[in-house]
Design a protein around this ligand. Structure first.
Ligand code: G6P
Length: 612
């Protein structure tokens, strides 16, 4: 949420900042701005996208070798030119960019107003820069120290970068709750919300920890303190990311590219972990805690959004084959409802970004009660990956489209591997069954490839229903989370209201919605409750609803009833979500494109939700 990029060095800052903002635009896109120092400290900002900012600065002087830039997802104050970042301090000697929320901003603002400060925006961020300036003047300290003192008065979450007219070679960066990474170039430094805008310049990075303040000075070593004034040694890590994974690679949208990447991303999730010849699964990142996982009396899965849907698939998997009770919790509910949790519990936290504030807070809560936390994250070096005791990365590669696609199937793949490890160790499935499942898992990428070829059918369905106002998605068993995920994809990017429901629950409410205008998507594959789902289809048919069904290749029964059918290859019931999700991603995608929606940057959403 909100993207931050800053630069200090020998190069011109502007091209680096603009390109960085474009890379980070998936984090927020309601306004954008930058500040460049070249004797004067000039701020340029505007409502809208990074392209609007580019147009806005076309005839302006943006020369300078130090600058900060921001793309915003509004929390305090509507998205407009004034509330866009950066914000000046009162004297205009300082400027700040901020991601996060200052919770006690109202109190601080009141104090500052009493001391004569005037505010131009409605943002909490402006409060922070005035506070820093107030300390700078009254305490007669350097900017880094003023920031440190100010942060001791702040309650909330922040990733900030500050630039000062009086210290023209220095950036000050600090974080708590919101991520921030410093890139170390040959003779320059970069600061960003994540590594994506840094990777083309340097692979050496330092991830700041909570409550750390970095003084980043051209030509000098990076210095880090925490807000208690304890000196910290920067831990330099090497980035393994591939630059081409940040480009669209010929696809019209990142989302489409990411949908098509799934044969590869699923394979990458089990590559080097699944050995079908030796009948072994190894998840190196959890080995130390594997026995705890195997002996767990219960597993709690916490996540948000699409990751929560993957968690639901996990529940079916763990209970079905590993015979361990599972609870799947929305992280945002879990953290505030005084959950019963203790040192015998295993908590699996799932997050694509590894930065979701609610998931992070739920982890801290569970940790404080002694539970063991296992992470399933996509972003290496992310806050959640670092906050967990152990974990497995999904290795799906950077996901840029705001609507999650390949991360979901990668998460489900990892959950499948985990469930299989427990099942094998506990002996809850036979050797031959284990072998059957892992053989089938290995064949999934090729089956995803085949599923992707249903594009024309899905497109034809999309063109028929692009203008409807409601959709219903129904599935049972492993296909219930698939229904939820299908409905979420559609609402996220096409703004059509869609609900996912367990097919049998339909008669307890949603059935009232069904008439000849209501499209109902059934995930009706040939295993599990197939016959029961057919009965549910008949119930919809009897009320003249329109039936779109995802079925197994060669199906004859559902075909007799459905108005539209998309076939997916035959597979193990527990692996169906890896295939059945694909046409639903495509359906949402095509409908959104046909409606003229911005698929990669849907309104009001953000990829990485670092506020609660
Ligand atoms: C946001 C994104 C969703 C994502 C959810 C959880 O709402 O738009 O796509 O599923 O956050 O994010 P996480 O990074 O924790 O998986």
């Amino acid at each position: 949420m909100c993207g931050i990029i800053a630069y200090v060095g020998e190069k011109q800052a502007y091209p680096i900042l603009i390109k960085g903002l474009q890379r980070l635009e998936y984090r927020g896109y309601d306004s954008a701005g930058l500040a460049i120092l070249n004797g004067d400290l000039n701020i340029f900002k505007t409502k809208g996208k990074v392209s609007d900012l580019k147009d806005f600065v076309k005839d302006k002087n943006v020369k300078g070798t130090i600058g900060i830039a921001h793309t915003r997802w509004a929390t305090h104050g509507e998205p407009n030119n004034i509330n866009a970042h950066p914000h000046y301090s009162y004297s205009k000697n300082l400027a700040i960019i901020h991601n996060g929320i200052i919770e006690n901003y109202a109190l601080l603002k009141e104090e500052l107003i009493k001391r004569g400060y005037k505010f131009t925006s409605d943002t909490d961020s402006e409060v922070l820069i005035h506070l820093i300036e107030d300390i700078l003047i009254n305490e007669n300290v350097k900017i880094g120290e003023a920031v440190r003192i100010a942060l001791n008065q702040v309650i909330g979450a922040y990733a900030i970068v500050i630039i000062s007219k009086n210290e023209p070679d220095t950036l000050i960066a600090a974080r708590k709750g919101s991520p921030l990474v410093v890139g170390i170039g040959e003779d320059d430094y970069f600061v960003a919300s994540d590594a994506t805008p840094i990777i083309e310049y340097t692979r050496n990075v330092v991830y700041l920890e909570d409550e750390e303040v970095a003084v980043i000075k051209k030509g000098k070593k990076l210095k880090i303190w925490n807000i208690k004034n304890e000196h910290k040694t920067p831990y330099i890590q090497r980035l393994e990311m591939n630059l081409s994974s940040l480009e669209k690679g010929g696809f019209e949208h990142f989302m489409l590219k990411e949908i098509y990447e799934q044969p590869r991303s699923i394979r990458d999730s089990f590559r080097g972990r699944l050995d079908t010849k030796k009948s072994i699964i190894t998840l190196g990142g959890i080995i130390e805690y594997q026995q705890k996982l195997v002996n767990a009396k219960r597993i709690i899965i916490i996540a948000c959004g699409t990751s929560w849907h993957a968690g639901l698939v996990g529940e079916y998997l763990f209970e079905d084959i590993a015979r361990v009770p599972v609870e799947v919790e929305y992280a945002s509910e879990f953290r505030y409802r005084n959950p019963v949790i203790n040192e015998n519990d295993i908590v699996i936290a799932i997050s694509q970004s590894g930065e979701t504030a609610d998931t992070l807070a739920a982890i801290e809560l569970a940790k404080s009660k002694g539970a063991t936390i296992i992470g399933i994250c996509n972003v290496v070096g992310s806050s959640i990956a670092r906050a967990t005791h152990a974990g497995s990365f999904t290795h799906a590669g950077p996901e840029i489209g705001v609507a999650s696609t390949k991360a979901f199937t990668a998460q489900v793949t990892i959950l499948t591997l985990m469930a299989l490890i427990i099942a094998q160790e506990k002996g809850t499935i036979s050797k031959s069954r284990f072998q059957q499942i892992i053989n089938e898992l290995e064949a999934i990428p090729e089956k995803v490839e085949r599923t992707l070829k249903t594009d024309n059918q899905v497109k034809a369905i999309a063109s028929k229903f692009k203008d409807v106002r409601n959709f219903l998605y129904l599935g049972r068993g492993y296909n219930f989370p698939v229904a939820l995920e299908g409905a979420l994809k559609l609402k996220e990017i096409s703004y059509i209201h869609a609900e996912g429901y367990p097919a049998a629950e339909m008669k307890h409410g949603p059935i009232a919605l069904i008439d000849e205008k209501m499209p109902v998507v059934f995930i009706a594959t040939n295993k599990g409750c197939y016959n029961k789902v057919i009965s549910n289809i008949q119930e919809v048919k009897a009320r003249k609803g329109i039936i779109i069904a995802v079925v197994t290749e060669g199906d004859t029964e559902v075909k007799k009833l459905a108005d539209y059918v998309v076939e997916i290859p035959e597979t193990e019931e527990m692996l169906v979500p890896l295939l059945a999700t694909i046409p639903l991603q495509k359906l949402a995608y095509h409908i959104a494109v046909m409606r003229g929606c911005n698929v990669d940057q849907p309104r009001n959403l953000a990829k990485s939700v670092t506020v609660e």
